[in-house]
Design a protein around this ligand. Sequence first.
Ligand SMILES: Cc1cc2nc3c(=O)[nH]c(=O)nc-3n(C[C@H](O)[C@H](O)[C@H](O)COP(=O)(O)OP(=O)(O)OC[C@H]3O[C@@H](n4cnc5c(N)ncnc54)[C@H](O)[C@@H]3O)c2cc1C
Length: 419
Amino acid sequence: MHNEKNWAGNYVYNAAETYIPDRVDQVQEFVATRSRVKALGTRHSFNAVADTTASHISLRKLNRVIELDRTRHRVTVEAGIRYGELCGYLHANGYALHNLASLPHISVAGACATATHGSGDRNRNLAAAVHSLELVQGDGTTVAFTKEDSERPIEAAAVGLGALGVVVRMTLDVAPSFEMSQEVYENLPLTMLKDDFDAIFSSAYSVSLFTDWKRPSFNQVWLKHKGRAPDDGRVDFYGATRAGAKLHPVPGSGAEHCTEQQGVPGPWHERMPHFRMEFTPSAGEELQSEYFVSRGDAYAALCALEEMKDRIAPLLYISEVRTIAADELWMSPCYRQDSVAIHFTWKPNWDAVRDVLPIVEEKLAPFQARPHWGKLFTMQPGRLQSLYAKLPEFRRLMARCDPEGKFRNDFLDTYVMGK
Ligand SMILES: Cc1cc2nc3c(=O)[nH]c(=O)nc-3n(C[C@H](O)[C@H](O)[C@H](O)COP(=O)(O)OP(=O)(O)OC[C@H]3O[C@@H](n4cnc5c(N)ncnc54)[C@H](O)[C@@H]3O)c2cc1C
C-alpha cells in the first residue's frame, strides 16, 4: 500500500500503485489495462482532487518541450513539465507566458486542471493560455481539444479536473519575453478599496494585496510592473508606504526565498511568481483555501470577512487578494466573470480551520463565492454545483471521454457528479 502525501503533507493518497511512464504509448497501455486511473501532477493540491484508491500515473518524466512555433507564437510541451522548467526555456528563446501562479514548482497540467491563476486586471487564469491539448481517454486512445475545433473545444477541457483523461501534451500561447520589476508597499487601509479598487488593481501588470486580518488594512501591496517601476519618486500608494527592504508576505518570515523586489528589473519569470524556482520547498506545513467572487462584489465581500477577522486571524499565516479576468472555460470559477480571489494560507491546524471555513463560506454566500478546485473548502456539493452553468455539458463530456468512469474518484463523484 502506497502512502504518498501531497506537497503540504495534509493529505495522504490512497493509491494502490503509482506508475511513472517514459513515453506516451506507455501511458496509453497503462490506462487501457487499468480499471481506475488518476493522473498525479506535482501534488500541490490540498484536497482529494488528485486522489484514487486504484492507480496513480505520474508524468514527471514526460517533461520536455516538444516544439516552439515562432510563427504562431505557441509552445508545445509534455504535460508533466513544471512552470519553472518551461519558463527558463521560453525566456532563453525570447518568449514569455502571460501569467504565473505564486510558485513555479507546479506542473502545467495540474495547474490548468484546477484553474490555477496569478493576478492582473487583464490576466485570465493559466488554463486560458492553453491553445490545445491531447489526452489519453479511458480506452487508451488519444483525443485532441483545440481552440479551432467546435466539436472538441478547448474551453471544455482546459480546466479538466483530471476527469476527462490523462493529458499528455499541451500547446500554450506565448508572448514576446519582457522585463518586470516589483515594488512592495506597506499598510494599505481596507477602506481605500471602496472608491479606488479599480485604480489600485490597475496600477501594475499584476497586483497582490496581503493581510493577516489583524487590522482593517493590508500589510503589504505587491506591484509587479511590466518593464520598470514608475520613476516618479512616490513613497505613498493610496495611504501605503514604500517598503524599505525586501519582504516576505508572511510577517516575520525571511525574504531570501522571495523574488527580487525594490524595483530591480529582471526577466518576467523571476518577478511574476512570489517565490524563486531555485528555492525548493520540501514540506508545506500550511493549508490553503481560496474563494472567487465577482469583481464588483469584492469590496463588500472583504468587508463581510472583516466582521469575522477575530476568528480568522489566529489560524492564519496570511491572506492574499488578486484579480483574474473573465474567461470562457467551462469549469473555471472565473467563467464569464471578472473575478477577485480571496486566498487564505492557514496554519496547519485542520480541526480549527475546518470549523472556521463554514463561517467564511456563509459570509461569502451572498456573493456566490466559488472555492478553488485544488484547495480546502467545506461547501455542500449541491451548492457548489449550482455555481457552474456549464456543469451539465461537462458531465456529458465526461461520459463521452470516459464512459466506464475510469478517471472518476470520490472528489469528482461528490462535487461534480453530485452523488
Ligand atoms: C505553495 C502553493 C502555492 C500555490 N499557489 C497558487 C496560486 O498562486 N494560484 C492558484 O490558483 N493556485 C495555487 N496553488 C494551488 C495549485 O496551483 C493547484 O492545486 C494545482 O492543481 C496544483 O498542480 P499540481 O501539478 O500539483 O496538481 P495535483 O495536485 O497533483 O493534481 C491536481 C489535479 O490535476 C490533475 N492532473 C494533474 N496532472 C494531470 C494530467 N497530466 N492529466 C490530467 N489531469 C491531471 C489531477 O488528476 C488532479 O485532479 C498553490 C499551491 C501550493 C501548494
